[in-house]
Design a protein around this ligand. Structure first.
Ligand code: C2O
Ligand code: CU
Length: 542
């Protein structure tokens, strides 16, 4: 069977939204970019041409790429950027994923506009629920009226939080509550009596979102490319990086209903975009047009319990056709604190952080410093001085992580490029502990190259005696992104069977830019099936 090829042309494209026009980076001129449709287990090749004046990389979020980290995409982790005028043919290897994933740029903040959905069909379109009438990707995004490169540079220079966006978007459209946006509000046309599979992707740069459809319950059936037990809900919470599949039954009498999304923002004192993006669910046929229906109910912007009330109820489908495989015996325990911190000001910068500092972020008190050649190449070719392999398994100091205030000496992280090396086949339990150092908030932590079971979560400090007793080892959800709740922790498990270099980071772009990331190196195992594949000949040069 011939390998399917796709062409991605990264280019500057003019878009008009919120009454003003600007040039954005797109793939094939589209915002959001093209949806990729693949079958489970298929390998495709995407020829990425960079026709912009800007370095870029493309990442396939949630695609495990077994033994082939070479086209995973994070800049200076698995590759150097594709420069203007260059091309990189990226092999994307699907294996066990089934459901919805997405792709996005993985260099500075380009992913604000360079992203799109990936739909992975089951074999023979054999869903574990009645076959839906149609599939509809719903991609949430954020829009700034200003140039995103300017917003990003200003953010780095200021040392404090970035300027908030001017709108959220649904499939690229802010919706009719925003100026100059009414005529291109996204409309989903449905037929009464049919069921639709909505494939929700949160591609927003920095915000967790609540989403709901007026008068319609949603049945969650999957997340992050894996099925869940059907869960009926009135609203969903979706983190940047996360995907959620929901069934929508078109069973209501009027001709149209609003769907809406709005921020969930738990950080105290951090400004947020409090606007609401809308789209319209429109029934085909001869319905009398109704006056605009009211908006659906969405939880209040800082309602952490509403957020975990949704997220904490997800469970793997775990039936005989979709068995799960939770590692029961853990061979390596990792405990990672995730914190927002401060660093001394860089001279010449604005330094608007607390007391003239700049904000930073860290994992186990290490704020990640991006190297100038990629870690994967350095690892493969044994180039020294690019990274250290001494990333700690636990924080340098245990303290009351979720207290209300802290001695200030706790606040300054180390800056380094460190990776955690794991032997092939290690069974890992990783506990993420949120801290309140500067300000507590949710952190959607994302791991490349793997899906992991979320076996537990809770509020306060993790208790290594008591909390494991409450783990779900029967049907925990299989995810690639987990929102570590504000003032709390989350525990994940995975087996290190994918050799390579795999990035892990907070998917809130500002935390990522401040250093809330690290990388794993999983060593080769025995036999050819345990070894990384060789690099392609056209890796972008450094
Ligand atoms: Cu969605 Cu490292 O990425
Ligand atoms: Cu974060």
């Amino acid at each position: 069977q011939a390998v399917v090829r796709h062409t991605f042309i990264v280019q500057d494209t003019e878009y008009t939204k919120l009454c003003s026009t600007k040039t954005i980076l797109t793939v094939n001129g589209q915002f959001p970019g093209p949806t990729l449709y693949v079958n489970k287990g298929e390998t495709i090749i995407v020829d990425v041409y960079n026709k912009a004046h800007y370095n870029i990389t493309i990442h396939w979020h949630g695609v495990k790429q077994p033994r082939y980290p070479w086209s995973d995409g994070p800049e200076f982790i698995t590759q150097c950027p594709i420069r203007p005028g260059q091309k990189f043919s990226q092999k994307v290897i699907f294996s066990t994923e089934e459901g919805t994933l997405w792709w996005h740029a993985h260099s500075d903040w380009s992913r604000a506009t360079v992203h799109g959905a990936i739909v992975v069909y089951p074999k023979n379109k054999n869903y574990p629920f009645p076959k839906p009438h149609a599939d509809v990707p719903i991609v949430f995004g954020e829009w700034w009226k200003r140039d995103i490169v300017e917003v990003y540079n200003e953010f780095l220079h200021s040392g404090t939080d970035p300027n908030i966006s001017d709108a959220y978007t649904i499939n690229g459209h802010p919706g009719d509550l925003y100026p100059c946006s009414k005529s291109d509000t996204f409309k989903l046309m449905v037929n009464y009596g049919k069921t639709y599979l909505l494939r929700l992707v949160n591609a927003a740069v920095g915000d967790i979102l609540f989403f709901a459809i007026k008068n319609h319950q949603l049945t969650v059936v999957g997340t992050d490319g894996s099925y869940t037990k059907p869960l009926k809900v009135d609203y969903i919470t979706i983190s940047p990086g996360q995907t959620i599949d929901v069934l929508l039954e078109a069973n209501q009498p009027l001709d149209h209903y609003y769907m809406a999304a709005r921020v969930y923002s738990s950080a105290d004192g951090v400004e947020y975009d409090n606007t609401t993006t809308t789209a319209i669910l429109q029934y085909n046929g001869k319905y009398a047009p109704s006056s605009p229906s009211p908006l659906p109910y969405l939880p209040y912007y800082n309602d952490t319990s509403a957020s975990v009330n949704f997220t904490g109820r997800l469970k793997s489908l775990a039936d005989e056709n979709h068995p799960i495989n939770v590692p029961l015996n853990v061979s390596t325990n990792l405990f990672f604190t995730v914190s927002v911190n401060t660093l001394p000001c860089i001279e010449g910068n604005a330094c608007e952080g607390p007391n003239g500092t700049r904000l930073s972020a860290s994992v186990n008190n290490i704020s990640f410093v991006s190297p100038s050649i990629d870690i994967l190449k350095a690892y493969y070719l044994n180039i020294s001085d690019v990274y250290s392999n001494k990333f700690p398994s636990k924080p340098p100091l245990f303290f009351d992580f979720t207290a209300d205030s802290f001695p200030s000496y706790l606040e300054t992280p180390k800056q380094a490029t460190k990776v955690k090396v794991l032997e092939y086949n290690t069974t890992v339990e990783l506990v993420f502990q949120g801290t309140n150092l500067l300000a507590g908030t949710d952190h959607p932590m994302h791991l490349h190259g793997y899906s992991f079971y979320v076996v537990g979560w809770g509020f306060g400090n993790y208790d290594k005696e008591k909390d494991p007793l409450k783990y779900n080892l029967v049907d925990p959800p299989l995810q690639n992104t987990i929102a570590v709740p504000k003032n709390g922790w989350a525990a994940i498990r995975f087996k290190a069977i994918n050799p390579g270099v795999w990035f892990m980071h907070c998917h809130l772009e500002r935390h990522f830019s401040w250093g809330m990331e690290m990388a794993f190196i999983i060593k080769n195992g025995e036999g050819p099936k345990g070894k990384m594949l060789p690099p392609p000949p056209d890796m972008p040069p450094c």
